[in-house]
Every structure is written in C-alpha cells, then in structure tokens.
Design a protein around this ligand. Sequence first.
Ligand code: IPM
Ligand code: MN
Length: 372
Amino acid sequence: MTNILRKTIAVLPGDGIGPEVTRAAVEILQDCAKAFGHHFEFREYSFGGAAIDACGAPLPKETLAGCRSADAILLGAIGGPKWEGLAFGTRPEAGLLDLRKELGLYINLRPIRLRPSLREISPLRPDRLEGADFEIVRELAGDVYFGKHELRGSGMEAEASDVAAYSAREVERVARYAFGRAAARRRKLTSVDKANVLATSTLWRDTVAALAREYPSVTVDHLYVDNAAMQILLRPAQFDVILTGNLFGDILSDEAAALAGSIGLIPSLSAGRPGQPALYEPIHGSAPTLAGKDVACPLGAIGSASLMLRESFGLAAESQWIEDAIDRVLARGYRTADIAERGKQVVRGSEFTAAIRHELRAASAGASPVSS
Ligand code: IPM
Ligand code: MN
C-alpha cells in the first residue's frame, strides 16, 4: 500500500506540439491520482515562444516563481520558425537555458530503453539491438552552452566565438549522480569526452577518474566522443550509463533516440540539488509542422510523467502501471505515424493517449479501489 501524496506540478506547455503532448501527460497523471488516491494540483504557466507572444519574454517572472514553488515541473517543447529571427538571448531557447540555470538543473537523465514491440522500427538490425538498454547522463548547466557567445563584424570580416568552460566541481557533482545510477544498474560507467583535443575534456576525464576510486563497484571506461558516436551504432548493448558534457550529451542523445525508433519516444529528467523541484520533458522539439494536427507521438511526454512519479515522488508502482499500459497498447498494434511500421494501425495522438487510458482503467479495475 503506497502513501497518499499531495503534490503541485507546474505545467509549461510551450510551443508547437508542446501543448498537445503535455495535455496527454497531464491526463495520465490525473488518471494516476484517481486510481491511487493521490492529489496532484496542476498549475499552468506561459513559456517559450508562447510567452514571448503573450508578455514579451520567454521566461516570465511568474513562470519562474511557479516552477520554484512546485514539487515538479512538466514541460512540453519550445521554439519555432516564428521566433527564429529574434536576437540571440531573446528566443524561446534562451528561456529554456535560463530556466535550467535559474533552477540549478545540472543533471539531465535521458533513458534509452527499447520497447519490445518497437524493435522493428529501429534502424539497427535486431541482433545488434540485443541487450541494449542504457541511460545518458548529460551535464546541463555548463560547457559551451553557458560560456560567452560572440558574433563580431560582418561579411568576410565576421568572426564568432563560444567559450566552453568547466570547473572540477561542476564535473564532479554530475559525475556523482552518474556513478550512483550505474551502481544501481549494471555497474558500468562510460565517460565521454574529447580529451585528445580539449582542455575542458582533460579536466573532465581527470575528475571522473579520480572520483571512480570512491565507487569501486563501478567499472569506468573513457571514450572519445567520435568513437562513442560510432559505438552507439555498432554495439549499443555495451553501455549501461553514459556520462558526458552538455554539448556532447545533446548530440549523442538524439542519436541514441534514433536507436529506440523515434525521438518522440524519449523522456528526460533535469535535476539539481536534492529537495529542489526537478523538470521533466520529452527530448523532442516543438515540431512546428506537426502542431495542431493531432499526429504527434505523446510517449516522450507520458514517459516524462512516469519518470516524474518514480524519480521525484518515489512512486515506482504507479510509474510501472503506466509503463505496462504503454507496452500493452503497443503490443495491440496501436501506433502514431512516426512509430508505425508497415501494416500497423496508425491512430491520432489523442486516440493513442485514449488507448493508454483505457489500459490503465482496465488494470486498476482488477485492483482494490482507493477512496479518499
Ligand atoms: C534539448 C534541446 C535544447 C538543448 C535546445 C532546445 C536549447 O535540444 O533539450 O536537447 O540544446 O539543450
Ligand atoms: Mn537536443
């Protein structure tokens, strides 16, 4: 019997397909609250391009304050062609980076799990996929993302620079998290850098190697990022937890998502100090061309809700209840367009969510109802 929890969730739908996939995730969380007797209060805030349109800035003060006072944050996606012409630092993306910075979110976890029914949509041959199940821990608050960006001059006189910087402290705090994840899984950590060229990577490697002494149960490998990109395609099963910097993590996680079959499938957790609210979002973008057509896959967002239940609220059974329902819906052959192999039944995004909710109801009908 789990405890009855009372939680406030800040919801930032954002742009493009953000609002529709977020709505799906909120519905699933509402179903969870009802089935298990929890009380989730949802507070919606404007963010990204939508906030630029509504109040002139991608991260309005009320949004930041709402996020700070919530127990967890659910984010859809931000950005789109409408705001691409805006000056650097005023675009929707700047709102996301500011939010990560303001909330001190230095950990980004991206689980790469291949769902059994979706093996066929992976571009890799089944024999190479065997046993592939890993997590990417991406540093989220430093690196070239947060150094000074400069663009000077014009035409052939133009010059640009982006400063990449890391401190040992920044590397160590995210590495500790990754070691902890690995210790609780298959006890293998692969740290990814470019230490043959970059000073930040040399610091990264030295810091991770020194910390490894505190985790004798975890085996540590160091790979250069170019090799890591290749290994993810050649032998994905060799990985358990991949730890890497902000830029490399951004790139490798899209590559790894392709292995799972679609970027639409992958959830993420962004966290800082324990006790601070964590943020959950699908790793896909706002996909402006799909927006409003009810074709987007809601699984990245629903997976993010499930991750929230497990990681922020300690509700492992509730999270599993959702994961199992997703697997059953996929096993029945339901697919959104992006994950449909030939001969499968393509349904709209909202129909896909409805099918999951149907499975959830069927699963709780057997269990004893919780009243509150
Ligand atoms: C991601 C996104 C963001 C990033 C963009 C939208 C700024 O690609 O979360 O992976 O680069 O971190
Ligand atoms: Mn990305």
